[in-house]
Design a protein around this ligand. Structure first.
Ligand SMILES: CC(C)(COP(=O)(O)OP(=O)(O)OC[C@H]1O[C@@H](n2cnc3c(N)ncnc32)[C@H](O)[C@@H]1OP(=O)(O)O)[C@@H](O)C(=O)NCCC(=O)NCCS
Length: 417
């Protein structure tokens, strides 16, 4: 039977959504309400499906996103999601074909990078993606942590924590998030629907766990300005001897200042009945473990690659960010003939950069995936050289590149998409 790869129409969309759901191992079909809600929020021109005898057997979607890069600027990103191929049709090149179509269209639209969260590490490197931001998750045994619960209601610097409701989060959250995005590399934009979905104001997608109402808290600074937000769920668990054994799981914790961030962790670790705090996906260098008097009370439960990135336009991407030191570097980027291939002269400084094609001899030779892993400042050039994945063609080039590319704090993408 022939396979028809095409852009999905509104009439084929319910079957496409069923295929996504099944591809992510959720049986059944989404109901009409979900289909209508998703459809209203979907640019169908960016939805691809593969159909066989009228049935969708593979899916792929992208949407417009903004990604914060080092220095606080944002670049237009082609965010990829909903990637599935039915188990009956795997390893016949369907993902490769849909990816090629999408990346070519993204490049045509002028998008600077493509982003995704990978279900499995080995899938996307072949398409020029590299892991650009990692994540870590901890489980805190709050009674061992050593925080003083009497201080949780009186955050340092005169701030205060307030319990609020979902409507308040929809009111304060977008601006707070936009301000955070202007300072933290790796943050991706959130749509209005994102805020609705995460505060119960929109039906949730059935492939995810059923949504339950969480608790919401904000932090205000000494002037009363909202500078932090915490969303967490609890599980109402009690032990055999009738002792409270609740786990509070963070769904969102964003803050504009370290003081607000510390105050929100302190608050959560001090909620009565909560004996365990699960952090949710944080940056690997999150303040959390070290802000506890006993950091070993925070047991690492996840450490993983998270945001994968692919450069679609090397000069624009490298010119969008700032650098830790002045450096002039010639990068030979190998991309299997793809859009990032070429030799580029990067003149980098703390104020920005100029990046142009060049014929000069190269300082470093690297693949598109390696450049992506370095782009947000997370990976070390030295480490990639030692792994045999970057070639240092001029002595000292790795150290100069590290001084320019790397950042004091690691990038962080708090969202899954
Ligand atoms: C991941 C998935 C979309 C791949 O689709 P596919 O059509 O089988 O991929 P392709 O046939 O285009 O594969 C291209 C290459 O990638 C490799 N590849 C694909 N998926 C891989 C995986 N999970 N692990 C290792 N290699 C993988 C293939 O072996 C093939 O290699 P080759 O070119 O050397 O032969 C599919 O397996 C799937 O739907 N998995 C479950 C859902 C999922 O994980 N989706 C990704 C969400 S981020």
């Amino acid at each position: 039977m022939s396979l028809d790869i095409r852009t999905v129409t509104a009439s084929a969309y319910p079957d496409w959504l069923r295929a996504v759901q099944n591809g992510f191992l959720t049986a059944g079909s989404p109901d009409e309400e979900h289909v209508a809600e998703r459809l209203a929020d979907t640019d169908l021109s960016r939805v691809q499906g593969v159909f066989e005898a009228g049935r969708c057997v593979a899916t792929f979607r992208s949407f417009a996103q903004e990604l914060t890069v080092v220095g606080g600027a944002t670049v237009a990103s082609d965010a990829i999601t909903g990637v599935t191929v039915a188990p009956t049709h795997r390893r016949r090149g369907l993902l490769s074909r849909m990816m090629a179509t999408d990346l070519a269209a993204a490049r045509e639209r002028g998008e600077v990078v493509a982003t995704l969260i990978a279900a499995e590490y080995p899938i996307y490197g072949r398409y020029g993606f590299g892991p650009a931001a990692w994540t870590a998750e901890w489980e805190v045994s709050v009674h061992r942590a050593g925080l003083d619960p009497r201080r949780s209601g009186q955050p340092e610097g005169g701030g205060r924590v307030e319990l609020v409701d979902g409507a308040d989060v929809r009111k304060y959250g977008p601006e707070l998030h936009a301000r955070l995005a202007a300072r933290r590399p790796g943050i991706v934009s959130r749509s209005e629907r994102w805020w609705k979905l995460h505060t119960g104001a929109a039906a949730t997608y059935p492939a995810h766990d059923k949504w339950t109402e969480p608790f919401y808290a904000i932090h205000r600074d000494a002037d009363g300005e909202v500078d932090g937000l915490l969303v967490y769920g609890t599980d109402d668990r009690w032990g055999d001897a009738n002792q409270p054994l609740n786990t509070a799981t963070v769904r969102d914790l964003i803050a504009l200042t370290p003081a607000a961030e510390r105050a929100l962790w302190h608050f959560l670790c001090s909620v009565d009945w909560v004996t365990t705090v699960r952090s949710g996906y944080r940056a690997p260098d999150d303040l959390l473990p070290l802000l506890l008097p006993d950091p070993r009370a925070a047991r690492p439960v996840t450490y993983s690659d998270w945001l994968w990135l692919r450069l679609l336009d090397v000069p624009r991407a490298l010119e969008a960010r700032t650098y830790g030191s002045e450096a002039s570097l010639v990068l030979d980027v190998r991309d299997g003939g793809g859009v990032a291939e070429g030799r580029f002269l990067l003149d980098a400084s703390a104020a920005g950069a100029r990046c142009t094609p060049t014929t000069r001899s190269a300082d470093l030779a690297l693949g598109a995936g390696e450049l992506a892993a370095l782009y947000l400042g997370d990976e070390s050039v030295r480490r990639l050289v030692d792994l045999g994945r970057v070639e240092e063609l001029r002595s000292g080039a790795a150290a100069r590149a590290d001084a320019a590319f790397r950042t004091g704090r690691r990038p962080w993408c708090p969202d899954i998409f």
